[in-house]
Write a protein that binds this ligand. Structure first.
Ligand code: PMP
Length: 413
């Protein structure tokens, strides 16, 4: 277990709601923010903030240095080069940027195949489906054949196609399954590999070079940092040739009435004033996580997951989704037979102080898969989702389990 001192950095966890201590099990939606990150960011806003890149005055140069330092740290973290790190507003924005730029650059053309899966978050699903309608490329879907929404490597091997693009999550936000990116890359050595790292990066160091990832997207609000800021890694070979997604200030070199030329990387993809505080705060969040240690954080989260899986095994009439093996990390989705997940989530909050998420988790295609595999009397097209992070403990899981048992009693399930 990680040191209990971590809890001091999250004062909100000592709040009580309706008489109960808060048990925050909704980190897959967004993590809490540690006080040291908030303090440093507040100091930046109070003492250094100005717009970046454009001016020669001291504050502008301090802000610019701090912003570029964040880029450098994220580049090191991913084993990438600084010019391959683009700051966006989040994973959703990053994936939209890639799809649109691939189309505009005529890298992705009519009749080309894009391979994705039925377990994706809508952020890595809707852009492909919609833009395939407009531009005529084809989207193929890998269907999870294993336990409740779990993908098998064989599901990919079955696809006898040569996709131009493979776009896949590294970690499902519903089933908690970690996907073996290395194996996927080996199956599709010539495809453009895009990894949705929104759930993966918060607890795992990824080396984009050794995994030969072409694009990696993630959101800083899921790794202790501010919201509205995301990191997009792109292999420079693609970024150099891709048409930008957003046009405007900062991304240009020469502008004339006939045409324009673009700035160098990464600025070519960063039109307009960036989210300066977000980028600086992203660096503080990364430093905080590095201090804890990514391996330690992951071990802690895996320990909690294993513990929760064992506890859930002994509860009747509760269906738990995902692999329930060593590839299962940090996220447990479940349903109690006959009780709607919104009711379960509401009661957990109201009576036990437990914050979990309920709904389709922006993964409607996966809800359809779960529905087809479910043994519940009626699958509600949604689930309850408990997710764990560095500030959670075994005790938090005990409180969740106690809550579920009580709710079952009240509903006589
Ligand atoms: N992909 C996955 C797997 C996610 O969990 C999320 C966030 N729920 C996203 C993409 C989208 O992230 P954001 O809303 O920060 O753009």
């Amino acid at each position: 277990m990680l040191s209990k001192n971590i809890l001091n950095d999250f004062p909100v966890l000592s709040r009580t709601i309706k008489g109960n201590r808060i048990v925050y099990l909704d980190s897959a939606a967004s993590t809490l923010k540690p006080k040291p990150v908030i303090d440093k960011l507040s100091k930046f806003y109070l003492e250094n903030y100005a717009n970046v890149h454009r001016a020669v005055h001291t504050l502008a140069s301090e802000s610019t240095q701090m912003l570029e330092f964040s880029r450098k740290n994220y580049a090191n973290f991913l084993n990438a080069s600084e010019h391959e790190i683009i700051f966006t507003s989040g994973t959703t924005m990053s994936i939209n940027l890639i799809v649109e730029s691939l189309v505009r650059s005529k890298i992705l053309n009519k009749d080309d195949i894009v391979l994705t899966t039925l377990v994706e978050h809508h952020a890595n699903f809707v852009p492909w489906v919609r833009l395939s309608k407009l531009h005529g490329f084809r989207v193929e879907f890998v269907e999870p054949s294993l336990r409740f929404g779990t993908l098998a490597i064989e599901d990919f091997l079955k696809k006898d196609i040569n996709p131009k693009v493979v776009a896949i999550t590294g970690h499902s936000n519903v089933t908690g399954q970690l996907i073996d990116i290395e194996k996927i890359r080996n199956i599709f050595p010539n495809s453009i590999l895009i990894v949705d790292g929104a759930q993966l990066i918060p607890h795992q160091r990824i080396d984009v070079k050794s995994l030969d990832i072409d694009f990696l997207c993630f959101s800083v609000h899921k790794m202790l940092g501010p919201s509205g800021i995301g990191v997009l890694y792109g292999k420079s070979q693609y970024l150099e040739t891709l048409e930008p997604f957003l046009y405007g200030g900062e991304m240009i070199d020469k502008v004339g009435v006939e045409d324009v030329t673009f700035n160098v990387l990464p600025y070519k993809f960063e039109a307009g004033t960036p989210n300066i505080g977000g980028i600086v705060g992203a660096n503080y969040a990364l430093e905080y996580l590095k201090n804890i240690g990514f391996d330690e954080a992951k071990k802690h989260i895996l320990d909690l997951t294993k513990y929760a899986i064992e506890k859930f095994r002994n509860i009747e009439n509760v269906e738990v989704y995902g692999p329930l093996d060593e590839s299962h990390c940090g996220i447990l989705s479940f349903n109690i037979d006959g009780i709607h997940p919104h009711d379960v989530a509401h009661l957990l909050d109201e009576k036990f102080g437990v914050a979990v998420r309920s709904g389709h988790h922006c993964a409607q295609p996966l809800m359809n898969v779960l529905k087809s595999q479910s043994r519940l009397s009626q699958f509600p097209n949604s689930t309850c989702r408990a997710s764990f992070y560095i500030y959670n403990s075994y005790e938090d899981i005990d409180i969740l389990i106690e809550g579920i048992k009580k709710i079952k009693e009240w509903f006589d399930v």
